[in-house]
Unconditional design. Structure first.
Length: 256
């Protein structure tokens, strides 16, 4: 079928007038859009702070964390690598890692609740649990990553051994260095993931002081900020725990 719509022919003067009208309208629309974007930016950056982040940003981070938590599954494992792929790792983060630390005096305090009694465990108590070796990628929130080898015990095995039998597991775990200078909060689902280790070996050797000796957390499903060094306290809790970097504006969940 032939298109019989009438062709509109404009004079040069009318064409210039129409072009000017459309250009002005385009600038107006673009200006309104830019002002809207700037206004939104101003609104977000000037909003009330929650843990050093504007509350709209904190809401988004919390939503991302909830999505990440739902995705976690014991059957979803991070990739494993061969020993030949293990590389050097820089020392990153020394909060709570005192220079004059005496490893012989180290004890791990484990509390099954906020106000209940606690256990004092030695490294020998950890070594008595089934050992697991894994080679996974360690990812720093700064943007770098490296493949590392770890040896230790699954946190799930630690929990089975020392959490009171018959008592319902709470929603969270809080871990801190001796003195609680550095601390992390973990959702229980992440803590019990089969690749979450309490590690005492690193790249085939006893864990080094600068990397968290005598015992540190290794979680390939989380960024390094959650992989706390030199654990001195483990507390199970139903209250969402404090977290060092979340209080500085970072994501509380910090999942990969």
């Amino acid at each position: 079928m032939t298109d019989r719509r009438r062709e509109i022919v404009l004079s040069e003067q009318d064409a210039k007038r129409e072009l000017t009208r459309r250009t002005r309208r385009g600038f107006l629309v673009a200006g309104i859009a830019a002002m809207g974007g700037f206004g939104a930016y101003e609104w977000i950056t000037k909003a009330n702070q929650v843990d050093n982040a504007p509350w709209p940003q904190r809401k988004v981070l919390d939503l991302n964390g909830e999505i990440g938590r739902r995705y976690i599954s014991d059957s979803r494992l991070m990739p494993s690598y061969s020993p030949s792929e293990v590389g050097p790792i820089k020392v990153n983060g020394d909060i709570g890692i005192d220079e004059d630390f005496d490893a012989s005096k180290w004890r791990l305090e484990m509390a099954a609740s906020e106000d209940g009694p606690s256990l004092k465990l030695q490294l020998s108590d950890i070594l008595a649990l089934p050992k697991v070796n894994m080679i996974t990628r360690f990812c720093c929130i700064e943007g770098w990553s490296v493949i590392q080898s770890w040896g230790g015990v699954r946190f799930s095995d630690f929990t089975k051994k020392y959490f009171p039998p018959g008592q319902k597991l709470p929603q969270y775990v809080y871990m801190a260095t001796p003195g609680e200078d550095y601390y992390v909060g973990l959702d229980m689902k992440s803590a019990l993931h089969p690749q979450t280790l309490l590690a005492y070996e690193h790249n085939g050797k006893t864990l080094e002081r600068e990397h968290g000796a005598p015992l540190r957390l290794v979680m390939p499903i989380k960024y390094g900020i959650k992989n706390i060094k030199r654990i001195g306290l483990i507390r199970y809790t139903n209250d969402k725990p404090d977290d060092y970097w979340a209080e500085e504006g970072y994501d509380w969940f910090a999942g990969l």
